[in-house]
Design a protein around this ligand. Structure first.
Ligand SMILES: Nc1ncnc2c1ncn2[C@@H]1O[C@H](COP(=O)(O)OP(=O)(O)OP(=O)(O)O)[C@@H](O)[C@H]1O
Length: 313
């Protein structure tokens, strides 16, 4: 019998996941899984729970929560030789990774995608000794994601980020960065750099328009020092995916990236604090298999050697 371990964050999003537990477990059992669950207790607990699930050789690990929970679960799986397949139930404030994979926020539909068994391989990012699934970045501009208080997010959802962004705009300063990427070099005053694995970042679906989740490459986006008016113009362009040709933006793909600074620059990993620069990024090619609705997956993310229908049953 297949075994599934559900790791859920009871506090994520608007705290609604608990109400759905009986339904989730029942659906999994009907699909032939022996299912059990673990409620996370605080920071780092989802990583520990995922490591234990690996030790116990669960076939499938399901992360239910926001990007923070999925990030932690992936950190528990990524360094292991045996890696269970990953299911996702997006129930957080921010679920950029699930959105990139077209996994719906409706709990029953998300579970159906897991029980349906269609899988896709995804790349994972490694930075120093940590892993990320969606995005890493640095520079003052990226710091707002962890400056938003959790209570505010529970109350206001995504709106909380925009409010914080408006509040912070006038105080954003550039940092001096040295960024090496696949043999090339950028050095200079930088508002932010982003290293992305998917096209869905902070609600901007077109920030990395031609990203693929399983091509072994990161999308690297560097925003040079700009004034407030230029910044607002570039954000407006970014909504339409037209920022990539702006002279203040470097947008490219790379497999290995090294970022250094003579200043104290924080790194953000999937929306959480990830330590200070320097950082070396490596793309781990097709490191995890994730349950997805294959028919909805963008052509960019559908590897031709996989579409033939890898199904887990
Ligand atoms: N029981 C708990 N109580 C408080 N915090 C928890 C608990 N379990 C996990 N957490 C923390 O909550 C963080 C955020 O969770 P998650 O991303 O799932 O939810 P979210 O609602 O989208 O919130 P955020 O926007 O902060 O990411 C996790 O990284 C984890 O450290």
């Amino acid at each position: 019998m297949k075994r599934a371990r559900l790791i859920y964050n009871p506090t994520s999003g608007r705290e609604m996941i608990k109400r759905h537990l009986p339904e989730i477990l029942e659906k999994l059992e009907i699909a032939g899984y022996e299912a059990s669950c673990h409620a996370t207790t605080g920071a780092g607990d989802a990583t520990r729970a995922a490591r234990i699930a690996v030790e116990r050789q669960f076939d499938v690990v399901i992360a239910a929560g926001g990007d923070g929970t999925i990030h932690e679960v992936v950190n528990g799986l990524a360094e292991q030789e045996f890696r269970p397949k990953l299911g996702i139930i997006p129930s957080g404030t921010t679920n950029d990774f699930a959105r990139a994979l077209h996994i719906p926020r409706d709990v029953a539909s998300a579970v159906d995608i897991i029980t349906n068994g269609e899988l896709i391989p995804v790349d994972i990012g490694r930075i120093n000794d940590k892993y990320f699934i969606n995005i890493a970045g640095g520079g003052r501009l990226t710091e707002l994601t962890y400056e938003v208080p959790s209570k505010l997010k529970t109350m206001l959802g995504q709106l909380a980020y925009y409010l914080k962004g408006i509040e912070m705009l006038p105080s954003i300063k550039a940092s001096n960065l040295r960024i090496e990427y696949d043999g090339k070099l950028f050095e200079g005053e930088t508002m932010m750099f982003l290293v992305g694995l998917t096209n869905s970042i902070g609600g901007f679906e077109r920030l990395a328009p031609d990203a693929s989740i399983n091509d072994g490459l990161f999308s690297l986006l560097i925003l040079k020092k700009v004034n407030l008016a230029e910044f607002i113009r570039i954000v407006t362009l970014a909504i339409r995916g037209e920022h990539v040709n702006d002279p203040n933006v470097i947008y490219t793909k790379a497999n290995r990236i090294k970022v250094q600074s003579n200043e104290k620059v924080q790194v953000n990993l999937d929306g959480e604090y990830g330590g200070l620069l320097p950082a070396e990024f490596a793309n781990l090619y097709r490191h995890l298999e994730v349950f997805v609705p294959l028919k909805d997956i963008r052509p960019n993310d559908r590897p031709t050697d996989w579409v033939s229908g890898k199904r887990y049953s």
